[in-house]
Design a protein around this ligand. Structure first.
Ligand code: NAD
Ligand code: TYD
Length: 340
């Protein structure tokens, strides 16, 4: 059994990953999260009383805070998911992306190395490879060509992780995954935004012609891949993770409307995102061959399950939209935690 420090565990993928670790492994987990707008401890309500789980509120770019957390908790493994993650926000202001994704990752690498961490999994994105034309897929050897401030800051962090391995022999691994969907995704990303808007009878804003393609993966498939890489991956390697589910945005939006019994009149074409990447597609033969991983969920079935989750868990996203979720940390944890 190991002690695993998960950064960004209060976010979408992080909370699903923490839940998977506690349910399927014997490890103990320290969830380190700054609780930005994207961090929501209500995502982990069901596990917060588990004795193997602890939460620390801290910023990965704050070196003294990281030194305190590592000295106190002494993690053997770090799984690094904390990041600013939304492309549209990075177009408006890139500064938090550079601070957290670039500087924060370097601080974490330094402190983890000083404390003799045995494995560091850096969770990155296929967006670092840039945009594809009509054919082809991203492999681990595709040159990095990020186009947005978000993907550029993630590419910067990937290169710093690579440098820590080559320069200091630090045992780090990088994963690059395609677009995730599933429970607890912040309703600013395509799928939860469209579901919530449709449920409220609001317009569904489709950027440009709606023909951009993403390779969708159900979040638990991604989390299983991260856990496998953490346990069996090779130091210094990159592993691509994808869902084998390329779909145009318009197809995704129409399917959501159909699942909810709403009409296509709710679709509203809006001005395109500046620098909007056209197509992403992942070749995941490396992780399949080396670690025996493959996505388990088929897109249409898992999307229907996701839509049902947002229908059943309306209070969760209504509290996010109203901002009420921001009070949960204070009321539930206030005064009981160090490092806040
Ligand atoms: P998210 O925005 O839902 O969650 C990010 C979490 O990081 C939040 O809980 C936030 O509070 C925390 N955080 C932000 N800045 C921090 C800081 N300075 N210190 C500590 N915590 C901080 O993101 P997500 O969609 O769950 O993505 C998680 C990771 O996976 C990111 O690194 C992202 O780049 C990567 N990724 C995401 C996708 C996707 O489709 N969502 C795909 C591939 C890779
Ligand atoms: P998003 O969920 O922001 O993920 P990413 O940009 O990281 O791939 O967007 C997914 C796709 O959906 C992308 O092509 C942009 C598009 N999109 C819309 O058309 N409307 C929206 O309101 C949003 C948020 C995204």
């Amino acid at each position: 059994m190991s002690k695993i420090l998960v950064t960004g565990g209060a976010g979408f993928i992080g909370s699903n990953f923490v839940r998977l670790l506690l349910a399927q492994r014997r490890h103990s987990v320290v969830n380190l999260d700054k609780l930005t707008y994207a961090g929501n401890l209500e995502n982990l309500k069901d596990v917060e009383s588990d004795p193997r789980y602890a939460f620390v509120k801290a910023d990965i770019a704050d070196r003294p805070a990281m030194e305190r957390v590592f000295a106190e908790h002494r993690p053997e493994v770090v799984v690094h998911l904390a990041a600013e993650s939304h492309v549209d926000r990075s177009v408006l202001d890139a500064s938090a992306f550079v601070l957290t994704n670039v500087l924060g990752t370097q601080v974490l690498l330094d402190v983890a190395r000083q404390h003799g961490v045995q494995r560091f999994v850096h969770v990155s994105t296929d967006e670092v490879y840039g945009s594809l034309g009509a054919t082809g897929k991203f492999s681990e050897t595709t040159p990095l060509a990020p186009n947005s401030p978000y993907s550029s800051s993630k590419a910067g962090s990937d290169l710093l992780v690579r440098a820590a391995f080559h320069t200091h022999h630090f045992p780090a691994i990088i994963t690059r995954c395609s677009n995730n969907y599933g429970p607890y995704q912040f309703p600013e990303k395509l799928i939860p935004l469209m579901i919530a808007n449709a449920l409220e009878g609001k317009k569904l804003p489709v950027y440009g012609d709606g023909r951009n393609v993403r390779d969708w993966i159900y979040v638990t498939d991604h989390c299983e891949a991260i856990a496998l890489v953490m346990e069996k991956g090779r130091d210094g390697e990159v592993y691509n993770i994808g869902g084998d589910a390329e779909r145009e945005n318009l197809h995704v939006v129409r399917t959501i409307l159909k699942l909810l019994g709403r009409g296509e009149d709710l679709i509203q074409y809006v001005k395109d995102r500046p620098g909007h990447d056209r197509r992403y597609a992942i070749d995941h033969t490396k992780i399949a061959g080396e670690l025996g991983w493959r996505p388990r969920h088929d897109f249409e079935t898992a999307l229907a399950r996701t839509v049902e989750w947002y229908v059943q868990n309306r209070p969760w996203w209504e509290r996010v939209r109203s901002g009420a979720y921001r009070t949960y940390y204070e009321t539930q944890y206030g005064g009981r935690l160090k490092g806040g």
